[in-house]
Design a protein around this ligand. Structure first.
Ligand code: HEC
Length: 380
């Protein structure tokens, strides 16, 4: 026995309260290489042991953030700088489209790095077995006992005094655990290697048959392999050798009519309404006004917002100023926004904007009706 190396000293307890107070005392004595074993999680044991939070979380955080940065940078570089990708005319750097990939790369970087860090630093490899394996102690603490083990490589460890300390905690028993004489679970056991080799052979042959013989019966022509120029392929026809062409300057989407005064603060010129105030257009304008404008401007454009002060109230649209706006000026404000009022160009289409303008004219006339309007209505 004398030449065996001590792994540590254990003490067994038979109830959770005893182990928690024992753990508190061991922590107070300044030991650092020790542990508590229990058949189930013990509430408050980490505090009693004065355990610090695991540093693994930092590894995960750092690599997760690296994932975000790498994914966004890589997509930005490849998709908008190195080889601008034309996808239905959408912006080259389109954050919403990049979110799924960013998410995936973040999760993969965070999880893979955590696992790698665990293997590399946290598991204590290449040690592949633990001295506690197969001991009576471990069997008991997996069943109905609670144990403390103080390891011999703790700087404060001393065979006799450590054992005395544990005895002073009133355990049911204490025990010295020795390192096993020979390695218990050699990794490179020939039987295991043969097994691995067998698995590799079966998987390779299976995959080969699946992909080459069963999935498609020859002769078979994948569309993938037909001769054509695809977005990423090279074309000798053009001097820049890109198969995919960038849109020529000034290209607009089909059906989209660009607004010539976009961004002008004080437009010198405005458009006139290209649509007639038909019943359909007025109904469309009313619907869109009630949806997009009335939360701030009120149902009748009086500037009586429903937002309870969450956004500054707009002025009434029945002012002389607003009544004297040409149609195109109201269109301009909806398209561009005005001061704190944001642009609605992305929510309301061109046609809907002109319809809203017609509807605002209806509201303005209704609140400022003249004698002739009333007569006109009567005579009908
Ligand atoms: C988020 C609240 C909000 C919404 C929604 C909103 N507006 Fe406004 N609007 C304002 C505010 C605030 C002003 C005053 C801006 C300023 O200080 O010049 C304003 C100003 C205006 C003016 C100019 C009035 C003037 O006398 O200068 C017009 C016209 C107008 N809005 C039309 C609309 C239309 C049409 C819609 C719907 C497409 C709409 N607004 C949606 C808040 C809003």
């Amino acid at each position: 026995m004398a030449d065996k190396k001590i792994f540590g000293v254990t003490a067994l307890f038979n109830n959770p309260d005893a182990i928690i107070s024992a753990a508190r005392k061991v922590a107070d004595s300044g030991f650092t290489k020790w542990d508590v074993n229990s058949p189930y999680p013990l509430h408050g044991i980490d505090k009693a042991m004065k355990m610090k939070p695991s540093t693994l979380g930092f590894v995960t955080l750092v690599f997760g953030l690296t994932g975000v940065a790498v994914a966004l940078f890589f997509m930005w570089w490849t998709m908008s700088v190195d080889y601008p990708m034309v996808i239905g005319g959408k912006p080259y750097f389109s954050l919403p489209a990049f979110i799924p990939v960013t998410f995936e790369v973040t999760v993969i970087m965070a999880t893979v790095s955590s696992v790698v860090a665990m293997f590399a630093f946290f598991f204590g490899l290449p040690r592949n077995a633990h001295a506690l394996h197969d001991t009576e102690y471990l069997k008991k603490v997996s069943r109905d006992h609670f144990g403390i083990i103080i390891e011999s490589d703790d700087p404060k460890f001393d065979e006799r005094s450590t054992q005395e300390l544990l005895k002073s905690l009133n355990p049911i028993s204490t025990e010295i655990i020795y390192y096993p004489e020979k390695e218990r679970y050699p990794i490179f056991e020939p039987r295991f290697l043969v097994f691995l080799f067998g698995v590799a052979v079966v998987v390779s042959i299976g995959t080969y048959l699946m992909l080459n013989k069963l999935m498609y019966i020859q002769p078979f022509n994948w569309m993938d392999e037909q001769q054509k120029i695809i977005p990423q392929s090279k074309s000798e026809f053009f001097s820049d050798e890109r198969g995919m062409r960038l849109p020529v300057e000034g290209t607009v989407a089909r059906g989209f009519i660009p607004y010539p005064f976009a961004g002008d603060k004080e437009p010198k010129e405005v458009l006139s309404n290209p649509y007639f105030p038909t019943k359909e257009n007025l109904e469309l304008g009313q619907r869109k006004f009630l949806t997009y404008c009335s939360p701030c401007h009120g149902n009748y454009a009086d500037g009586d917002s429903r937002l309870q002060g969450q956004f500054p109230n707009p002025p009434t649209l029945h002012s002389d100023r607003a009544r004297n706006f040409p149609d195109g000026m109201i269109y301009h404000i909806i398209t561009n926004g005005q001061n704190i009022m944001p642009s609605y160009a992305s929510q309301v289409t061109r046609e809907e904007r002109w319809a809203i303008v017609h509807y605002i004219r209806v509201l303005q006339r209704a609140k400022n009706a003249s004698e002739s309007d009333v007569k006109f209505a009567k005579s009908e």
